[in-house]
Each structure stands twice: as C-alpha cells, then as structure tokens.
Design a binder for this molecule. Sequence first.
Ligand SMILES: *Cc1c(COP(=O)(O)O)cnc(C)c1O
Length: 374
Amino acid sequence: MIPFNKPYLTGKEAHYLYEAVNSGHISGNGLFTKKCQNYFEERWGFKKALLTTSCTDALEMCAMLINIQPGDEVIVPSYTFVSSALAFVRQGAKIVFADSHKDQPGIDEQLIESLITPRTRAIVPVHYAGLACDMDTIMAIANKHQLFVIEDAAQAIDSYYKGRPLGSIGHLGTFSFHETKNIQCGEGGMLVINDEQFVNRAEILWEKGTNRAEFFRGEVNKYGWVDTGSSFLPSELNASFLYAQLEELSNIQAKRKAIWEKYYENLNPLQNAGKIKLQVSSEDTTNNGHMFYIVCRSLDERNRLISFLKSNNIHSVFHYLSLHKSPYYQSKHDERSLPESDRYSDCLLRLPLHLHLNDADVSRISDCIKEFYK
Ligand SMILES: *Cc1c(COP(=O)(O)O)cnc(C)c1O
C-alpha cells in the first residue's frame, strides 16, 4: 500500500534530542527553542516567533491577545480545520463562516465585507495547501473596518504572497509542525507576531500568565502572575526534534515541490479534458508542495475514485467537512448556505505526498487516476 503520508526523518532528530537530554535542560524556552525561533525570525523576517505545542495553541493565544469577548464575531472560512474556529469559540466568539472561492478552497475575499457587523473583531484567512489568500484585499478590508487579521498558515511554511512570506502579513500568524505538515516534531506549532503591540503580552500568555521571560532576560528582578495565559510553550524535546527538520528545510521543500510538479505534469491532461480540477497557480502566490489535491465532479465520482485507488493499493483521502454543518456548530450557524465549501467537502481528494515516494510511485498513482477516467 502506498501510504497517504509517512513522516520524514532527517536522521539528526535523535542526535539533537540526545543533546537536549544531555544538557540537563528539557523544559521549555531553552537553547533549541531559541535556535528555532531565531531561525524563523531570520529566514522569514518575522518580528517575533514563539514556538507552541500546536497551531491550535497558537490560535488560542491569538484569541486571547486580541481580547475576544463573548458575542464578538470572527470571520472564518467553513472549509478549514476545526481549530481555525474553535480557538475563538473558546473565548465566546460567534463564528461567521465564509464560503470558499470557486476556483480554490481558500476564503472568497469578495464575500468578506458583506459579513462584517459592528461586532466583528477579526478575519482568519486560511492558506489552504499553502496557497495564499488574497492578502492585499483582506488587509485593506481589515484596515477600513479596524479588524485584526490572523493568518492560519498551518500549511503554509515557506510559501509567499507577492514575495512576502505567509504568516508575516496579518497582525498575527500561526503555523503547525504536526506530523502531517512539511516540517514537523510530532505535535508542535508557532505563533508569529507581526504587530509590535502584542509582543510583550504574547510572552506572558505563553508562560502561564507570568513575566518569567522578562525575568530570564534580567529585565525584572522577580517574576510573578501578571495576566491570564496557559502553558503554551513546548519542551526542549520538541524543539530539538524540530531543529533537525529545520536544518533540512530547503532539501525537504525541493523534494516536495518536485513530486508536486510531477503530479501536475501527469494529471494536467485530465484537467484540460475537463475531468478534474487541479490547484490553481497565480503570479501572486507560490506553491510550497504541502499538498497535491484534485477536485472531482461529484461526491459519487470522488468516492469511486478513492475505492479504485484503494483497490490498487494507493491510499488517498478527502479533507474537511464544512464546519457550518458540523454537529457542534450547525445549530449556531446563521443558515446561509455555503455551496463552494460543501463542494470541496464532497469533491476534493488528496493524493499521497511525502518524501518516501519515488518517481515510479508518482507515475503509478497518476496512471491509476488516468485509468479511472478512461
Ligand atoms: C494542521 C492544521 C491546524 C492544526 O494544527 P495543530 O498543530 O495540529 O494544532 C490548524 N489549521 C489548519 C489549516 C491546519 O491544516
């Protein structure tokens, strides 16, 4: 069976883990945490990067940082992972779900303004498959209505919008280093702070509501409880593992993108024949090789294709179910139908994309899909 995902290890993970263990310091905010954060800040020019235990945690920090109060509204695409909405719901927010684009699963920026009310506080664009949302339009809307923009860049490491790194454009950005992402440490994430006003408080929320980070820098002579917060920082075990992956980032990205390109080349004839749709490309956004998806013409066709691939020992998987129809949020949703989100729920299929695939695997998977559409 060709697995849908198989995490890649660079070979240095155990080495750095050993180094962390031997250093005698494995709780959070140690040497490897700082090395990782410095790497991100230097490579992508993020104002401040804080490692977290997940992207979900980083999103929860965002909800706290912008002080979401019960009844505040947050605009989130319906076609996304639960956490993009859940993090704000925990603070009492009402989620106003937005539909996806016709030609890609990201939020349709043209719909956003019609969803804004006096209670709206934030917009959460999700860069699906690492493909950038229309950030110029979104930032202009946010500035006009004085809203915060939180980029859910969980899938968007090393991807760019008009040359600017994703995660660096909104007031805040969040990343995931879950096992299924391009670089990973099992469970992990990162908060990126681009708006200076949030830097100090973010460090406090991160350290259980204490000013311990300032204390360790020698800026205050004792530390204590100064705000709300939680234990959002990962241990050095996670950070040392992640550091091994960072060292290989360019390599990992080159290989993922090569697999993506090969799929595209093989399957584009099917797109040209009107049978499937592939990820759109645009001059404004790069492709970071996070995911290769195809969009089928119907739910039935998609499910038959999954079975056909399975019978050929290939594991392919669909993705999100519209959050506005979820058991948890359905009754809280305002009854607007979101047809594009539903269409991606029904018709989108993800193909295996990981560093254990070789050229022959990619050819075999592509040939199988061609065979199905014959
Ligand atoms: C993976 C993912 C998350 C959650 O990341 P965790 O690190 O598992 O919390 C959130 N949003 C999107 C879009 C994701 O793909």
